[in-house]
Design a protein around this ligand. Structure first.
Ligand code: NA7
Length: 490
């Protein structure tokens, strides 16, 4: 085989959400040749798909931007989904990424070809094209999880998942049922409680609520942010934000430490002091530790749920009937609209696209037990294949943009080997990955996520599918790949 020496690499980026746009900008700045494949007709990923009332990012807006592209225009401390979509569209326009994106181009398969050291990208249209490098940026919470509730199809009114919001579904003055109280369900309660005739919130497990401030930025403040970006830096790089990220990751990894006790105390006090009716308070009291499920940040949920139009139903659903929901105790809730805030299949990643690596190894086979990636980025047997926000990366109440940028820094150093013609392909050594994964699993079991609750963080064996060490350990790991853990083929 000849080394690539000097030949330009061709990159396929799968997905035009936050991480795909990041990769595209970085490659554009480097003058490289890439195509972004996006199955939808617009950019934005999760912020394009989700349009439910109350959609807000629980990371402070100024911290939820690319580090190189601060945004003075945020209207409030926490931004709405619509504003975030506008931000990404503005960034794509500014960097001229649009022409490199193929919309309506769903990647159905990726096949590694050893003799050419290239991937064949196959699209739903039947088109095929060869690329040297795959950047898999297809998102985490992407495939709705629709529960198999008996009779769901028989419901007479609109019944839909939150990521497939039906704009003309009756909400105003209507009887609405909402199943699920993760971040999505909670945000919807806060947005529609005053619009509905009544809202039945079906709550299988209550949530701990971390109280956070929300406030609007004034025109004067936005003008000041435009005039002096240091004012934005003072927010996004502040101890209040970055310090919180560190304290939070310390808490989830040291579950009997002072940071975790502080979080538990704040959440408990929030429940005790905010919810006046003792019966409702007990309904809303979780029986697991704070931050075991993804902690919900809210400034208004407890107020919203105490609105007279809201009824928290903690019984078990027996079946869905054409006119409403029947509970196991026989209670019937007549409804006009049924909203499923039931979360996502968090183990899919780039699937259902079929990925076939070296020696016919498929991603389904490699992930038969659980999705995994070396330091959340690369996979043994899948050369020149790099994941952004892939499995076992950090998850928590902090910016995934920052996580993706750090992962890009790691990926970029690995790709440099190819760029410089030092090899035609690079993939982690199976033994190195097995060692990482064994250490990760052992540590993950001891994090707060493994402390005894159900959540989308857990894999089928109950192991938290996350980075189990500190934020600084992640930053350090991403700053310099350990090349001795990689096989480089000439
Ligand atoms: P989540 O956090 O996965 O929450 C899903 C909710 O749906 C949760 O309350 C579940 O209860 C509930 N659920 C799921 N299936 C059922 C059935 N069959 N019956 C009753 N209740 C059910 O999803 P979200 O969309 O809220 O948030 C996902 C992430 O998006 C969030 O963490 C942020 O990162 C952004 P359970 O707790 O399992 O008892």
């Amino acid at each position: 085989m000849m080394a690539r020496q000097g030949a330009a690499l061709r990159y396929a980026i799968v997905g035009a959400g936050m991480a795909g746009i990041l990769a595209a900008i970085k490659l554009r700045q480097n003058g490289e040749d890439f195509t972004v494949f996006e199955k939808a007709d617009r950019i934005g990923g999760t912020w394009r798909e989700n349009r439910y009332p109350g959609l807000t990012c629980d990371v402070p807006a100024h911290a939820y931007t690319y580090s190189f592209e601060p945004y003075p225009e945020w209207r409030a401390f926490y931004a709405t989904g619509g504003e975030i979509q506008t931000y990404f569209e503005a960034v794509v326009a500014k960097y001229g990424i649009g022409p490199a994106i193929r919309f309506g181009a769903e990647v159905t398969a990726l096949d590694w070809n050893e003799p050419t050291a290239q991937w064949t990208v196959m699209l739903a249209s039947g088109e095929r094209e060869a690329f040297d490098v795959i950047i898999a940026a297809s998102g985490v919470l992407h495939h709705p999880r629709v529960p198999a509730l008996p009779g769901l199809d028989s419901f007479a009114g609109p019944a839909f998942h939150t990521a497939q919001w039906v704009d003309d579904a009756p909400i105003d003055g209507a009887r609405v049922g909402l199943i699920g109280c993760g971040s999505t369900g909670v945000q919807i309660v806060t947005a529609i409680n005053t619009r509905v005739a009544n809202l039945v919130h079906f709550q299988r497990s209550p949530q701990w609520i971390m109280p956070v401030p929300q406030f609007a930025y004034t025109d004067e403040e936005r003008a000041a942010f435009r005039a002096d970006p240091a004012l934005i830096d003072a927010i996004r790089f502040s101890d209040e934000y970055l310090g919180n990220v560190r304290r939070f990751t310390d808490a989830i990894t040291d579950i009997d430490g002072p940071q975790m006790h502080a979080i538990e105390q704040i959440c408990l006090e929030n429940l005790e002091t905010s919810v006046k009716d003792p019966e409702l308070r007990e309904k809303l009291r979780p029986n697991y530790r704070a931050a075991c499920k993804r902690l919900i940040y809210s400034w208004c949920y407890y107020d919203a749920v105490q609105h007279p139009a809201v009824h928290v139903e903690t019984g078990r659903i027996a079946q869905i009937e054409p006119q409403g929901v029947r509970m196991e105790d026989g209670t019937f809730h007549p409804l006009d609209t049924l909203v499923l805030a039931t979360g996502f299949q968090a183990d899919r990643f780039i699937r259902p696209a079929g990925v076939t690596g070296r020696d016919g190894l498929t991603l389904d086979a490699f992930w038969a037990r659980r999705p995994t990636a070396h330091y959340a980025v690369t996979l043994p047997g899948f050369p020149n294949f790099f994941m952004l926000n892939g499995p076992t990366g950090p998850v928590g109440n902090f910016s995934l943009i920052d996580i993706a940028e750090r992962q890009w820094a790691y990926v970029d150093q690995l790709i440099d080997i190819l760029r410089q013609g030092q090899g035609r392909s690079i993939a982690p050594l199976p033994a190195a990955h097995a060692d990482y994964e064994a250490r990760r699993i052992a540590a993950a079991r001891t994090t707060i996520f493994g402390s005894g609750c159900s959540s989308w963080y857990l894999d089928d064996e109950g192991v938290p599918a996350s980075w189990p060490w500190s934020y600084d350990a992640f930053a350090d790991a991403m700053s310099r790949p350990r090349l001795e853990e990689y096989a480089i083929s000439a």
